[in-house]
Write a protein that binds this ligand. Structure first.
Ligand code: PG9
Length: 628
């Protein structure tokens, strides 16, 4: 090859005016805070990347410590600003204003931390042969923080939302003596019963997106792509979850393989259920459990852990619960004035921060902190838009609570009432066809990570779209002549038969607004779900051992619905809807018993005729936690 030499004319060789980029530039630090990046060694030598955010001039300050798989750098990024009040996300900013140091750490194996990432790493023991886990990593980090941060007062509080709620609960398993308070928010506590992965054995397909983003690489580069914007079509076309996983490559990921190996509530799930684990240990650290009534991801964890630990709280002054009208994480990190079209008459997130969160932390973490004065249980009553102070939760149940629950009965003609059915009664019938499953919200249904998704709002979607389907049965009360208040856990106890040998049962408790609603005319007739859940029929008797449903026989089922704190106002009606699919959030049940639904074949999916019975012998009902 020959070289071509281009002669540059002399005029072009003159220098440019002085460069606008100086050879040396030192940015002026006008910030009112500093970010100190530290690398904290764990007992096995693995170093965890941790950001400390400290207000300038701060001394003798407690540390608020969070551990996240979602990037410790992102967790402390708000708006570009010189003041921490804007530069940090709202709650951290508020805590810094209250005089706290913020410490956020990447969990092992994620983003800038060393080590291997195991999703929701179980405690060292049968499910984790190593000697390290989230409990030891918390302990080692707190040990390092109290010894190496000169601005600190020696007291640490842990907090975090969801996965961060899970790591917060883990910090309580064998707590470091400097850990003086914990605030787990909407934590993953039991992935099979009702947090994230399954609800009572029905698999939540949306979490394939999460597995992909969280484990295809260390730092969330990959996003699942579906063929269609409307994921309903993509899922239906694919077949089983196993078929879809193969199609999009998720089958290569170890977490997916674990899900396929453990569809039932076996030792794998039982051995990592944090309500059980913490209920078996002494309560050493004052804890404020934060629960969201419309939590689309972790609706089980907070009340379950509160309940498991509550018997240890002899003075009723260490185990606290707050229940807010929120979607996942809303009370902690988002505006709390509304959820979709449901208005709460004020910013409930700010109310929580100012009246509960900051007083709780100050009481336990500040030197000479005063008693917080917060109630053992603080609950927002949706429908009435009021906060209440309670001594315990639930306030109403079948026995052992201050008030006694009361059944509301389904009748075969679609009614719902306080009187038990008499005589032979009858049934309400529908055909459930896996080829046309009932959607969990109106289509198009975007993926949970689509930038335009309103996934966080789906639990308050108007249920009229479902009521009009022939494969959904509806039971509705007369117009209420008095307000009906609920505070606790509604339990669906119903009798059903199916022509199949397996089936899902979805039960929804709904507040029907008056048809003509002068207060907010656009809400007239709205069917607001207040508690809904699903049970995979094969687990009706024993969640750890699936069995076929006897075809064409009446079988009793029980579903504990999510907790409610709600007022059905006079003039409203109470509604119950029952259906056998909730797609594509939950995978379809083939409706004939197969060993593992993850790997069902297309030919396994069959139609079934379902009957919900109502008679003196089969009194299908919802036990409502009624308040006076
Ligand atoms: N709900 C999310 C999650 C936690 C744990 C496992 C899977 C998902 C979260 O928001 O962190």
């Amino acid at each position: 090859a020959s070289t071509i030499v281009v002669a540059v004319p002399a005029a072009a060789q003159k220098p440019l005016p002085t460069s606008d980029i100086p050879a040396n530039f030192t940015p002026t630090n006008a910030k009112d805070y500093t970010v100190r990046e530290v690398s904290i060694p764990m007992r096995d030598g693995v170093k965890l990347h941790t950001n400390l955010v400290i207000r300038k001039g701060l001394e003798n300050a407690p540390i608020i410590f969070s551990r996240t798989p979602y990037s410790a750098d992102r967790a402390i990024s708000g708006r570009p600003s010189n003041t921490y009040k804007l530069a940090l996300p709202t709650t951290y900013a508020r805590l810094m204003e209250a005089g706290y140091i913020i410490a956020v750490q990447d969990v092992r194996g994620r983003y800038r931390s060393e080590g291997d990432y195991v999703i929701a790493l179980p405690l060292s023991g049968p499910l984790n042969p190593a000697k390290v886990d989230h409990s030891t990593d918390s302990w080692d980090s707190i040990e390092w923080l109290v010894k190496n941060v000169p601005e600190a007062n020696g007291k640490v509080g842990t907090t975090g939302v969801s996965y961060g709620g899970f790591t917060t609960l883990m910090s309580l398993v064998d707590p470091h003596p400097a850990l003086k308070a914990a605030v787990p928010v909407n934590p993953l506590a039991d992935g099979w019963k009702g947090d994230d992965w399954f609800h009572n054995g029905a698999y939540r397909q949306s979490f394939l997106d999460w597995v992909y983003r969280m484990s295809a690489d260390k730092s969330g580069t990959y996003r699942l792509q579906f063929d269609r914007e409307d994921t309903y079509e993509s899922w239906l076309k694919a077949g089983s979850v196993g078929d879809m996983a193969k199609r999009i490559g998720v089958d290569q990921l170890p977490m997916f393989q674990k899900l396929v190996e453990h569809p039932a509530y076996d030792e794998y799930w039982q051995g990592q259920a944090l309500d059980k684990i913490l209920g078996e240990r002494p309560l050493k650290v004052p804890t404020l459990h934060v629960h969201s009534l419309w939590d689309q991801e972790d609706i089980y964890g907070a009340p379950a852990v509160y309940k498991a630990v509550e018997p240890k709280d002899r003075g009723n002054d260490e185990n606290f619960l707050i229940i807010g009208p929120w979607q996942h994480g809303q009370g902690y990190s988002l505006d709390g004035s509304k959820l979709a079209d449901i208005d709460f008459d004020g910013n409930t997130s700010v109310w929580f921060r100012e009246n509960v969160l900051v007083p709780f932390l100050d009481a336990h973490l500040k030197d000479g902190g005063k008693k917080s004065g917060i109630a053992p249980v603080t609950a927002f009553e949706t429908g009435a838009n009021q906060w209440h102070r309670y001594d315990r939760w639930p306030m109403s149940c079948a026995s052992g609570c201050q008030y006694k629950s009361r059944p509301i009965y389904l009748s075969a003609d679609g009614g719902l009432g306080w009187g038990a059915p008499k005589g032979a009664g009858g049934f309400a019938e529908y055909v459930s066809d896996p080829a046309r499953p009932v959607t969990y919200r109106e289509r198009p249904i975007l993926s949970t990570y689509n930038p335009n998704t309103t996934w966080g709002q789906w639990l308050v979607d108007d249920q009229r779209f479902a009521e009009s389907r022939p494969d959904v049965v509806t039971f509705v009360s007369e117009v209420l002549t008095d307000d009906v208040r609920l505070a606790g856990e509604p339990i669906a106890k119903f009798f059903a038969s199916t022509t199949g040998t397996d089936s899902d049962w979805v039960v929804k408790l709904i507040d029907v607004y008056p048809a003509e609603y002068a207060e907010a005319p656009e809400m007239g007739g709205y069917e607001l779900p207040i508690a809904m859940d699903i049970l995979r029929g094969r687990y009706r008797d024993d969640p750890s051992k699936p069995t076929a449903i006897p075809a064409n026989q009446v079988v009793g089922y029980e579903i504990k619905l999510p907790h409610v704190s709600h007022q059905f106002k006079k003039g409203h009606r109470i509604m119950v809807q029952i259906q056998s699919s909730w797609f594509p959030l939950y995978d379809r049940n083939p409706q004939q018993f197969v060993p593992n639904i993850f790997t069902a074949k297309k030919s396994d999916y069959v139609k079934a005729t379902q009957r919900i019975h109502s008679s003196a012998k089969y009194p299908s009902r919802i036990e409502l936690p009624i308040m006076p």
